[in-house]
Design a protein around this ligand. Sequence first.
Ligand code: CA
Length: 229
Amino acid sequence: MSRVLIVEDEESIAEIEKDYLELSGFEVVIKPDGTSGLKAAMEEDFDICILDVMLPGVDGFEICKQVREVKNMPIIMVSAKKEDIDKIRGLGAGADDYMTKPFSPSEMVARVKAHLSRYERLVSSAKAENDVIEIRGIKIDKTARRVFVNGEEKVFTTKEFDLLTFLAETPNRVYTKEELFKAIWDMDSIGDIATVTVHIKKIREKIEYDTSKPQYIETIWGVGYRFKV
Ligand code: CA
């Protein structure tokens, strides 16, 4: 069920919005002022936000700006003032849409649905692109955390998988052992950069045809490693 955050200080408007959205199967939370609205938007999980501009505490523009910096949910701004609407439209305040008060509640529900399905499409197409890395016979399925070499699945430990994926995601870029250790292992975990060497060796045994002549993970002497394309 999609969750909608309504930040609106006019109780009657907020209640009408809530009723219509709930009838359409949404879960709705109302915050009656800017301060609690901003807090909820930042700290809780919502799928979309309907945001009034004029609010006690923090105003809608500021909420929109701050939320945009960290969250990816659609934001529909609402205002009765023509100047506000011009500002939303002109400034690119970061809102996805705007509505002028008074608006029809069913129109609002239609827009909420349209924005949610647009976001879902965006998110799923981004996922589909990032899910699988394929480089010369090696296929890394990041979602399923599986690795195939020329169609044959190889079993990887968590750290081996993370290290291989990290290198393959930025092919041809050379990383030092220190950088790799920092990226894959916790800073305060037990171990040192020799751990990286050991893991590279194990990965090579699984993906290379001849480990003495690596075709994928190349050693750059005196520097570190890279995934060669
Ligand atoms: Ca208001």
